[in-house]
Design a protein around this ligand. Structure first.
Ligand SMILES: O=C(O)CCC(=O)C(=O)O
Ligand SMILES: [Fe+2]
Length: 251
């Protein structure tokens, strides 16, 4: 009998799950403290080269299908990419509820992600860059899938922890309105207000965590002929039960 000495393929997400399963409560607390202090936590090499390669192939196909322009894919369009598996992975979901509890000291809501795969390329790139914002969700995880090696790489910009979780949806809207106007965006783009903005050159396959609701953030522009793709996992909307929000039907 022949026996081929071929290594069996590693199941998907093995290295990510290994790292996640090994996290103690004090590790999670350390992550929360790092985000409080520096604005962002990075877990290097979160994805294996295989998992990352599968994701990069998926991005290339999505961009080709989208006519070589920027595309944003939601959870229900991510089948087969590996991001669906990550979004449903118990160890990954537990990281978010543990972080939430560690940071806020409150029982964490069920982990359901608002998930997107954001692929920037082509002429539409400018429209999607330097749009400073607060997320609607407490915790944001970002996994870079593809980052240009040269030229305009679309570095991530963050002014961390500039606000608290607002007690009401109206106050949250007020913060967003202050930020979402031409003058304020122009000030931030020119750094004219003297605030210190952290710039992060992201590395594909790493996992980045930050308080998306509390931090002003965006990405720098990307060259039109390059591709910048990031997978985002947003968790915990503090205003999910707001009557006003439901009436306005805003996300
Ligand atoms: O892709 C990025 O670097 C950030 C995207 C982001 O902040 C968002 O989609 O909420
Ligand atoms: Fe964001």
């Amino acid at each position: 009998m022949f026996s081929f000495d071929v290594e069996p393929a590693m199941p998907h997400l093995t290295s990510a799950k290994r790292w996640l399963s090994a996290l103690s409560d004090s590790d999670v607390h350390g992550i929360a403290q790092k985000i409080d202090k520096d604005g962002i936590y990075c877990a290097p090499d979160f994805l294996s080269a295989d998992d990352l390669g599968r994701l990069q192939d998926f991005v290339a196909a999505a961009i080709a299908l989208g006519g070589n322009q920027s595309v944003s894919l939601a959870s229900n369009q991510l089948g087969g990419s590996g991001l669906d598996e990550l979004g449903n992975c118990d160890e990954f979901k537990a990281l978010f509820s543990r972080l939430y509890f560690s940071s806020l000291g409150r029982q964490a809501p069920e982990v359901k992600f608002y998930q997107i795969l954001r692929c920037l390329t082509g002429r539409s790139v400018a429209k999607h860059s330097l749009m400073f914002h607060y997320d609607s969700y407490v915790i944001t995880a970002l996994v870079p899938v593809q980052i240009p090696q040269s030229g305009k790489r679309g570095d991530f910009l963050i002014i961390p922890n500039t606000r608290k979780i607002r007690s009401t949806y109206v106050l949250n809207l007020a913060d967003k309105a202050i930020l979402d106007n031409v003058l304020m965006q122009r000030l931030l783009r020119r750094r004219a207000d003297g605030v210190k903005i952290n710039r992060i050159s992201m590395v594909p396959g790493n996992l980045y965590l930050f308080w998306g609701y509390r931090s002003i953030h965006t990405n720098e522009p990307v060259d039109e002929d390059a591709v910048r793709a990031t997978a985002l996992f947003h968790y915990a909307d503090p205003h999910a039960d707001s009557f006003l929000k439901r009436r306005l039907r805003l996300r």
